[in-house]
Design a protein around this ligand. Structure first.
Ligand code: ZOZ
Ligand code: ZOZ
Ligand code: NAD
Length: 700
C-alpha cells in the first residue's frame, strides 16, 4: 500500500501528513494509513501530542466519493470509527488545516481537540449536495460545537464558509497567519506543557440545551427551506439528524445519523447527485483539446445587442471583473438595456445578495456604444441580436472588419448554424457559439458550440471563459437547436399537441413542476420570450414538411402580440412588475377554438400521459443527438439540462433519469406513441438498440 500518511516528530509532537492526491480523499488507503499512523504514534512514549495536516493544495476534500455504493464495500476502518478513536485519544490531537476541509475531512477535524487553519481555508459539509447527510459524526458534533442554528445553516445548505466566518461561529479555534505547522506544534506543546484538559466535541452539551424540547425551531427551519429544497430528501434528513443530536445522547445520535446515511447513500437521489458531481467535472474534458491548450487572455469583452439576453450576458462579465461594452442600434435600446441591468442588480441588493458598493463597481465596468469602431479593444465579442440568420451574418461581417484580428467572435444564437455565420468572416477558426440560458445572469450553463472550423485555441479559451464567468461550459456540435433546444423542441412539440387534445398550459406546467423542473414549458416560454421561437418557426416555415402534424397554437399566441413576461402577457398574463403566471381565459378560449378548428374532440388527459409525452420524446431526441456525436457523452446532456433548464439535480438529468425509468420502458412507450400519433415519435435507433440489449445510457 502506498505511504498515504507520513509521520515526523518535532519536539515530541508527531505530525501526521495526509498524502492522497489530488484531493487527499479519505478512501480506504488513506483511512488505513491514518489509522496505522495514529495507533503507532499514540503508543509511542516519545510522542506527547499529534498534529494532523494535509499535503499539497488542501487538508482534504472528504470521503472518496467514488467508493460510495461500491460492492463489496471498502473495508474498515470506516471514518466514524477512526474519528471516534481520534477524539478518545489521551494525547491531544490538533488539526492544522489549509486549502479546504470538506465533508468527512471536516468531521475528522471535529474529532480533533483543537482546530487551526491558514487564512484562505474554506470549510464545509457539502454532503447534502451529494444527496446524503454527513455520516461521520458531523450532524452530532457540529451543533455541539457551534449551536443548533449555525449548524443547521452549514449542514443543510452545504455551502463552504471562510476561515474568518468559521472562527467567528466557533468551528475554528485559531487562524494562523504564519507557518501553520509551527503554530500547530506550538499549540500542541502548550496543551501538553500546561497540562490542559482535553476538549472533546462530543461531550459539549451547553449549546444544545437551548434547543432542547423546542421542536418549533426545526419546524420553522423546515418551512424556511421548503422552497429551495423542494423535492430533495437529503436537506430534510440533515434537519432530522440535527434534531436527533438535540434530543438523543451522543452515541444514540450517531446511530440515527448512520442509519440515515446508509438509507440515503442507497437512494436514487443520492446516486443522481453523485453522478451529477462527476458529470460536472467530466464535461470540462474535451478529448482533442487537452487542458494545456494555449488560450487567449480575455481582458475586455463586448456584447452586441442588449435585449433579454445581451444585458444578462454583459452582467456576467461585469460580475467577473471584466470590462464589457454594449453595442446597440439605438440610444433608446441601450438605455432600456442598461435600465434592465440596473434593475437586476438593484433586486440583488434589495435581497441582501449584493452590496450597493459592489453594484456600483460592476456598473462602472459596463460601457455603451453605437459605433463599431469602439469595439476594437475587445478580446471576445458575443452577439445577441434577433434570431435571424441574415441579420447575424451582417453583424459578423462588421465585427470581422472592426475587431482586432485575434479577437474571438461568438454568437448566442439558440438554433442557427454557426458554420454559416463563421463563413462570412475571414476568421472562421475564431468563431464559436456561446449559448447562454435565460435569465443569462442566473442560469449556470454555457452551451459552447463548436463549428467545423473553430480552432482548438478558440474552444480552450471559451471553455476557460465559462469557468471565469462562474458558468459550466458544455461543448457541443452544430445542429438545429444544438443539444438543449433541440431536445426542448421535441418536448414542447408534444406539449402543444396535448393542448390541442384537451389540456391547458397550467395543467402541463403543474405536472412538469411537480416532476421537479423549476417551471413547466409554458411558464418557461414566457420567461425566455415567445418571439424568439416564433422568428425561428417563421424562417423554417418554407421548408416545413406538410405531412407532419404542426400545432399553430404558439404562433397564434404571438400573433396577439403576447411575447411572454416582457409584454406582461404570453401563455399567461402577468401583473406589472410581478413574474407570477396567472392563467388567462383569453388563452384558454384560443386553445379550445383551435381544437375545434382541427375537429379534435377534447378529452381528459391524465398527468402520467403528460409526463410521458413531454419527457420521453425529449430523451429520444437526446439519444439521436448522442448517435450523431453532437454531444460528447450522455452526462454532458445531463449537465446541459440541469444547469440550462433547471432539470432536478436529484434526478441526475434526462439521460440518467431515463436509465432509472428503464430504457426499455421508454422505448416501448415511444413505440406506442409513434403508432398513436406521428412518425416524429419513432424511437431513435440508439434507444431501440439499448432497449434490445438491456443496457442503459450509462453503459455507453
Ligand atoms: O473537488 C472539489 C470538491 O468540492 N470536492 C467534493 C467535496 C465533497 O463533496 N466532499 C464531501 C464528500 S462526502 C463525505 O465526505 C461524507 C463522509 O465522509 C461520510 C463518511 C461516512 C461513512 C459512513 C460509513 C457507514 C474541491 C473543492 C475539493 C476541489 O476543486 P477543484 O476545482 O480544485 O478540483 P476538482 O473538483 O476538479 O477535483 C479534482 C479531482 O478530484 C476529484 N474529487 C474531488 N473531490 C473528490 C474527488 N474524488 C473523490 N472524492 C472526492 N471527495 C474530482 O472528481 C477530480 O477528478 P478528475 O478525475 O476529474 O480530475
Ligand atoms: O425558475 C428558475 C429557473 O431556473 N427557471 C427555469 C429557467 C429556464 O428554463 N431557462 C432556460 C430558458 S430556454 C433558453 O434560455 C434557451 C433558449 O435559447 C431559448 C430560446 C427559445 C428557443 C426555442 C427553440 C425551441 C429561475 C432561476 C428563473 C428563478 O428561480 P427561483 O424561482 O428560485 O426565483 P428567485 O426569485 O429566487 O430568482 C433567482 C434569481 O433569478 C432572477 N430572475 C428570476 N426570473 C427572472 C430573473 N431575472 C431576469 N428575468 C427573469 N424573468 C431573480 O431576480 C433572482 O436573481 P438575483 O440576482 O436577485 O439572485
Ligand atoms: P431580444 O429581442 O430581447 O434582444 C435583441 C436585441 O438585439 C434588441 O435589443 C435589438 O435592439 C438588438 N439588435 C437588433 N439588431 C441589432 C444590430 N444590428 N446590432 C446591435 N443590436 C441589435 O432577443 P433575445 O431574447 O435577447 O435574443 C437574442 C439572441 O439570443 C437570439 O439569437 C436568441 O435566439 C438568443 N437566445 C435567446 C434566449 C432567450 O431565452 N430569450 C436564450 C438563449 C439564446
Amino acid at each position: 500500500m502506498p505511504d498515504t500518511v507520513t509521520v515526523s516528530n518535532r519536539h515530541g509532537v508527531a505530525i501526521l501528513t495526509l498524502h492522497n492526491p489530488p484531493v487527499n480523499g479519505f478512501g480506504f488507503a488513506l483511512r488505513t494509513g491514518l489509522r496505522d499512523a495514529f495507533d503507532e504514534t499514540r503508543q509511542n512514549n516519545g510522542i506527547q501530542a499529534l498534529v494532523i495536516t494535509g499535503s499539497g493544495k488542501m487538508f482534504s476534500a472528504g470521503a472518496d466519493i467514488r467508493e460510495f455504493g461500491c460492492t463489496p464495500p471498502p473495508g474498515t476502518p470506516d471514518l466514524p470509527e477512526l474519528i471516534n478513536a481520534i477524539e478518545a485519544s489521551e494525547k491531544p490531537v490538533i488539526a492544522a488545516i489549509h486549502g479546504v476541509a470538506l465533508g468527512g475531512a471536516l468531521e475528522v477535524t471535529l474529532g480533533c481537540h483543537l482546530r487551526l487553519a491558514a487564512p484562505n481555508t474554506r470549510l464545509g459539509l457539502p454532503e447534502v449536495t451529494l444527496g446524503i447527510v454527513p455520516g461521520a459524526g458531523g450532524t452530532q458534533r457540529l451543533p455541539r460545537l457551534i449551536g443548533v442554528e449555525p449548524a443547521l445553516t452549514m449542514i443543510v445548505s452545504g455551502t463552504l464558509v471562510s476561515a474568518v466566518k468559521a472562527k467567528a461561529i466557533g468551528v475554528l479555534d485559531e487562524i494562523v497567519e504564519g507557518d501553520l505547522i509551527d503554530a500547530a506544534v506550538k499549540s500542541a506543546r502548550r496543551y501538553v506543557d500546561e497540562n490542559r484538559p482535553i476538549r472533546r466535541t462530543s461531550t459539549l452539551n451547553d449549546r444544545l440545551t437551548e434547543a432542547r424540547n423546542k421542536p418549533e425551531i426545526f419546524e420553522k427551519y423546515r418551512k424556511q427551506m421548503a422552497r429551495r429544497s423542494r423535492g430533495f430528501e437529503a436537506p430534510y434528513a440533515c434537519v432530522a439528524c440535527i434534531e436527533a443530536a438535540v434530543e438523543q445522547p451522543f452515541t444514540a445520535g450517531l446511530v440515527t445519523e448512520r442509519e440515515t446515511f446508509l438509507r440515503l447513500i442507497a437512494s436514487d437521489q443520492s446516486k443522481a447527485q453523485r453522478y451529477a458531481f462527476f458529470a460536472e467535472r467530466e464535461v470540462a474534458k474535451i478529448p482533442d483539446v487537452p487542458r494545456d491548450t494555449p488560450n487567449l487572455p480575455i481582458k475586455a469583452a463586448a456584447v452586441i445587442g442588449c435585449g433579454t439576453m445581451g444585458g444578462g450576458i454583459a452582467m456576467n462579465f461585469a460580475n467577473a471583473g471584466i470590462p464589457v461594452r454594449l453595442f446597440e442600434v439605438s440610444r433608446e435600446a441601450l438605455e432600456e438595456g442598461l435600465r434592465t441591468i440596473r434593475k437586476h442588480y438593484a433586486s440583488s441588493v434589495s435581497k441582501g445578495r449584493l452590496s450597493q458598493g459592489k453594484m456600483e463597481e460592476r456598473l462602472k465596468l459596463i460601457s455603451t456604444t453605437l459605433d463599431y469602431d469602439d469595439l476594437s479593444d475587445a478580446d471576445v465579442l458575443i452577439e445577441a441580436v434577433f434570431e435571424e440568420i441574415k441579420l447575424k451574418k451582417e453583424v459578423f461581417k462588421n465585427l470581422d472588419t472592426y475587431c482586432k484580428p485575434e479577437a474571438i467572435l461568438a454568437s448566442n444564437t439558440s438554433t442557427l448554424d454557426i458554420n454559416d455565420i463563421a463563413n462570412v468572416t475571414n476568421r472562421p477558426g475564431q468563431v464559436i457559439g456561446t449559448h447562454f440560458f435565460s435569465p443569462a445572469h442566473v442560469m449556470k450553463l454555457m452551451e459552447n458550440v463548436r463549428g467545423m472550423q473553430t480552432s482548438e485555441q478558440t474552444v480552450a479559451t471559451i471553455m476557460k471563459l465559462s469557468k471565469t464567468l462562474g458558468k459550466i461550459g458544455a461543448l457541443v456540435g452544430v445542429c438545429d437547436g444544438f443539444v438543449g433546444n433541440r431536445m426542448l423542441y421535441a418536448y414542447r412539440r408534444q406539449a402543444d399537441f396535448l393542448l390541442e387534445e384537451g389540456t391547458l398550459p397550467k395543467q402541463i406546467d403543474t405536472v412538469i413542476y411537480n416532476f421537479g423542473m423549476p417551471m413547466g414549458p409554458y411558464a418557461m416560454g414566457d420567461l425566455a420570450g415567445l418571439d424568439v421561437g416564433w422568428r425561428i418557426r417563421q424562417a423554417q416555415s418554407v421548408n416545413r414538411p406538410t405531412h407532419l402534424r404542426y400545432s399553430t397554437i404558439a404562433d397564434r399566441v404571438c400573433e396577439l402580440g403576447r411575447f411572454g413576461q416582457k409584454t406582461d402577457a404570453g401563455w399567461y398574463r402577468y401583473e406589472p412588475g410581478n413574474r407570477t403566471p396567472i392563467p388567462d381565459p383569453v388563452i384558454e378560449r384560443l386553445i379550445i377554438s383551435i381544437s375545434e378548428e382541427h375537429g379534435i374532440v377534447r378529452r381528459e388527459i391524465n398527468d402520467q400521459e403528460i409526463l410521458e409525452r413531454c419527457m420521453y420524446p425529449l430523451i429520444n431526441e437526446g439519444a439521436k443527438i448522442l448517435e450523431e456525436g453532437v454531444a460528447l457523452r450522455p452526462s454532458d446532456i445531463d449537465v446541459i439540462w440541469v444547469h440550462g433548464y433547471g432539470f432536478p439535480r436529484y434526478r441526475g438529468g434526462p439521460m440518467f433519469w431515463a436509465d432509472l425509468v428503464g430504457v426499455r420502458t421508454i422505448y416501448e412507450v415511444m413505440s406506442r406513441l409513434a403508432d398513436e400519433h406521428d412518425e416524429w415519435l419513432e424511437p431513435a435507433p440508439l434507444l431501440r438498440r439499448l432497449a434490445k440489449e438491456g443496457r442503459g445510457f450509462a453503459d455507453l
